[in-house]
Ligand binder design. Structure first.
Ligand code: DC
Length: 249
């Protein structure tokens, strides 16, 4: 496996793909339970740009590993599986359907076995290397994009036009997570859910590669007391203030 730093795009990419003048890359990072996915999707719709759910790609990598009965500590074997699966999105769907080897993998992304293994799998450097590369390639083809994840503004699109970091109080995030579990018909003990959220935060923000951080040039927004439509309004204002004419009104 070729080692390539994950902090900047390869020089060949910079040289071959000069920034298109109408490029609009908006990154939205932050921990689970901030309402990131929904608001990122709504913001993309409002701006009329594509939406990239990078959490779905890490979930797909985890599903591929579990379904192949791979050793979850074997980072290189999992990276090979992910590379071979050729993860792509069907962009005409809303949200875009994630395909592995040309077939939808969406039905696996929220399964409990995937949910419990995704955090350690997403900490594996070779797996991140494959997915970061793929996300950057998507950004070259879909240069008008809202990209949501943990490392989108800090690593993948470190030169994004607008960077946002969403946060919310741990209690609020745990309550939102418990609501999601109940809505899916699963048990949700509030204390256990809060502990799980805390542990995931800790793992995601202390891992060696692509940790969850707030980029120094990101707009930080606390969503604890805001409804999802209020967050989307606020994000649209931030984008317009920052790039004006490049964002549709
Ligand atoms: O946003 P989500 O819950 O779908 O993310 C699933 C997992 O993937 C979560 O543990 C964090 C990880 N992830 C990541 O490490 N980097 C990203 N860019 C997106 C998600």
């Amino acid at each position: 496996m070729t080692a390539r730093p994950l902090t900047s795009p390869p020089l060949s990419v910079q040289a071959l793909h000069p920034r298109p003048h109408d490029r609009l890359i908006v990154t939205i990072d932050g921990p689970a339970g901030t309402g990131k996915s929904t608001v990122a999707r709504d913001l993309a719709r409002r701006l009329g740009v594509d939406f990239l759910d990078t959490g779905a790609m890490y979930r797909a990598a985890t599903a591929l590993a579990l379904d192949a009965r791979a050793d979850l500590d074997d980072a290189f074997a999992i990276a090979d599986l992910v590379r071979a699966a050729d993860l792509t999105f069907r962009w005409q769907d809303d949200p875009p359907t994630l395909l592995a080897r040309g077939r939808s993998i969406m039905h696996r992304l929220r399964d409990p076995d995937v949910a419990s293994a995704v955090s350690p799998v997403s900490a594996l450097a070779p797996v991140r290397e494959v997915l970061v590369e793929r996300q950057r390639r998507i950004g070259e083809v879909h240069a008008r994009l809202v990209s949501e994840g943990r490392d989108q503004g800090s690593v993948v699109f470190f030169d994004a036009d607008v960077k946002v970091y969403l946060d919310a109080h741990i209690k609020v995030r745990a309550a939102r997570r418990a609501d999601q579990l109940r809505a899916a018909g699963r048990p949700a003990d509030p204390i256990a859910v809060e502990r799980e959220v805390r542990e995931r935060d800790e793992r995601d923000s202390t891992r060696a590669v692509g940790p969850l951080v707030c980029p120094h040039d990101a707009h930080r927004l606390d969503t604890s007391d805001l409804s999802q439509p209020q967050v989307v309004d606020r994000l649209a204002e931030i984008v317009h203030a920052r790039v004006g004419g490049r964002a549709p009104a």
